[in-house]
Design a protein around this ligand. Sequence first.
Ligand code: PAF
Length: 281
Amino acid sequence: MKIVHTIKEVRDIVKGWKKQGLSVGFVPTMGYLHEGHGSLVEMASKENDRVVVSIFVNPIQFGPKEDFSSYPRDLERDGKIVEAAGGDLIFNPSNEEMYLGDFSTYVDMNGITEGLCGAKRPGHFRGVCTVVTKLFNIVLPDKAYFGEKDAQQLAVIKRMVRDLDIPVEIVPCPIVRESDGLAMSSRNTYLNKEERKAALVLSRSLNSAKEALLQGERSAENIKSMISEILTEEPLARIDYVNVVDSLSLTEVVTIDKSVLIAIAVFIGKTRLIDNFIFEV
Ligand code: PAF
């Protein structure tokens, strides 16, 4: 497993692999990897001859008051996780390598970026689409792997690849949870002991909603109220959003009569966590 920092190095290595007829899988990340990322790398390494993992905390997808500077970073630890999961190359560029001083071209999207996290984090998906397009152009992967925890991001990337005819297959990977149900996230590391316990309210509220749906509840409003009530009972939790949307278009639904995404974002103390599940009628 090799770590490189420049675009030229990645291009040269990938070119060599392609000359040999090897397929390339790609896992874009912001580092501080956990088992969720490990599962993406494992899946990529099962399905491809070589796997590239990018580790880049992308400044342009963070808002001015968000956690760009405090986002956890540990390249040495990440290297071990990538290697153990079967990755072959880490691309860890500097901000200057990715964004030249007069950088001025962005990839943006209407519609599905406007609700959920997009509504709460203006400019976030413009930053994600721009960096992912750049990374795809640098790595030229056959397949790219994204976690379902960032459900809106996954939908946005799929749409971008379709709309811009980017020749890559997007592979969704299931949410990986801690044994007590908390969805794995690099941001879980911000939680103190009390907050870590309080964070279980996210999966608990979603599990109750799932139960109600299985018992036949079909009103999106009732599902949202049920989740909100449970979240509100936790004193350390502050709801950012609770929503029930069509799982493809991400538009709000009133009656649950097709595949829906039930998605929540909740602050536990100062840490913003997201979780979701898809319910197929
Ligand atoms: O999901 C993430 O970690 C990031 O949004 C991504 C896709 C690596 C782009 O910076």
